[in-house]
Write a protein that binds this ligand. Structure first.
Ligand SMILES: Cc1ncc(COP(=O)(O)O)c(C=O)c1O
Length: 402
């Protein structure tokens, strides 16, 4: 063990808040106890408020985001169904791969890494699909590999304009509970998240929200499913139980997570993420570097993928930061391996924590010989944070400290 904290600035798992740690520091419990539903029934309802879902259901599986993808797909589609998707990073790519392994026919539009969902192309394909062969449209709201956020609402509009009945599925693994997400307003049918990012918990829960329309689709969907079967969950969840042993400790943590998100207020959570991300972007400018995200409209408030100049290796920055400064940054994945390194800025964070990542990245970049003026990025970010820090009333500050 190295002394002091590891600076955890990968884009998930994120920092574990003390109240969540305390909430999970309890004896293991009986998942069939008559009072167990006191925990779970309220949690199912409150998660709907986080997803902004009216009607429908939220399912909590032992698993990770990948399991959530699988649950969404297998419960609502049949082998051979056509799915419209786009690939612009490692995670949008992996979701397509998962669909193909379930024998779906994926129309995957290749997009430059650094851009997001190609809404115009989606609109064209949907308008041309008069026979409604496309059964689902996939959107990765926040592509964690490239730090690109896509608007979901225009995809809903493209579906509506075409009068198309396909299900709208959203990967919100690195956005939900950090970046605004409005499931019912945007007509999203399935939304997938995991415990280890915006929910600030250890990995171990896949959280999947389904609209009434998605629940209806399960009646005809023929993809094989067992562990992820919505029906089995509904039968037991309605009384507050599960079809198999749930991750009780993580559910206690999830209760605390939802309470923490509500105490701060979802809009404040989103605003905090935006402000923290803006500070990182000030640092990147001051370093003379650019984001992988090509235009401001794609900039992610949860993760920044930072391009390193020709002749340098982004993964070396990550290695040096870890080895010399006990700082965990995100490596570049797949097509952008070596070309970028990532700073995760989501979850339980404030500006001084994030400055640690910025200064550490700066030192590591200097170490590998990049022409970075020491203090430039951290100076720009700290000045931005200083100028934008709100004067907080004593009572509010006490409540937030929790
Ligand atoms: C956008 C996105 N989708 C899906 C996943 C897969 O989630 P997991 O690693 O929890 O299975 C990740 C993981 O980082 C992700 O960032």
């Amino acid at each position: 063990m190295r002394p002091g904290n590891n600076g955890l600035f990968i884009p998930g798992p994120t920092n574990l808040p003390h109240p969540l740690r305390f909430a999970m520091d309890l004896p293991l419990e009986d998942q069939r106890a008559p009072d167990f539903p006191n925990l779970t029934l309220g949690l199912f309802e409150d998660l709907k408020r986080i997803f902004k879902l009216d009607g429908g259901r939220v399912f909590i599986y032992p698993g990770s985001g990948t399991g959530g993808w699988e649950a969404a797909i297998t419960n609502t589609l049949s082998p051979g169904d056509t799915v419209l998707a786009s690939v612009f990073g490692q995670f949008s790519l992996l979701w397509v791969d998962l669909c193909q392994r379930h024998h779906l026919n994926v129309e995957a539009i290749d997009v430059d890494w650094g851009e997001g969902v190609p809404v115009e192309q989606y609109a064209e394909r949907l308008a041309a699909d008069k026979e409604h062969k496309i059964k689902a449209v996939l959107v990765c709201q926040n592509e964690t590999a490239t730090g690109v956020t896509s608007d979901v609402a225009p995809v809903r509009k493209a579906l509506d304009d075409a009068g198309h009945p396909a299900l709208l599925m959203v990967d919100g693994v690195s956005s939900i509970a950090s970046i605004d997400f409005r499931m019912s307003e945007w007509g999203v049918d399935l939304a997938v998240s995991g415990s280890q990012k915006g929910f600030m918990l250890p990995t171990g829960l896949a959280i999947v929200a389904a609209s009434e329309k998605a629940l209806e689709a399960t009646k005809t969907a023929k993809c094989p499913r067992c562990f992820f079967d919505f029906d089995d969950m509904i039968r037991t969840n309605k009384d507050g139980f599960f079809p198999y042993t749930p991750a009780t400790t993580l559910l206690r943590g999830l209760r605390a997570s939802v309470d923490l998100l509500f105490a701060e207020g979802l809009d404040n959570v989103f605003a905090r993420h935006h402000r923290l991300a803006e500070g990182v972007r000030k640092a990147i400018d001051a370093w003379g570097l650019t984001l992988c995200a090509k235009e401001p409209k794609w900039y992610s408030d949860t993760v920044s993928a930072i391009c390193v100049p020709e002749g340098f290796d982004g993964n070396e920055v990550v290695k040096v930061a870890y080895a010399r400064f006990n700082l965990s940054l995100g490596v570049g994945l797949n097509k952008v391996a070596g070309r970028v390194f990532r700073i995760g800025h989501l979850g339980w964070l404030n500006e001084l924590m994030l400055l640690q990542a910025i200064v550490g990245a700066e030192m590591a970049m200097r170490d590998i010989g990049m022409p970075i003026d020491i203090g430039s990025g951290v100076g720009a970010a700290s000045e931005y944070y200083r100028l934008t820090a709100a004067p907080v009333a004593i009572e509010a500050a006490t409540a937030l400290r929790m």
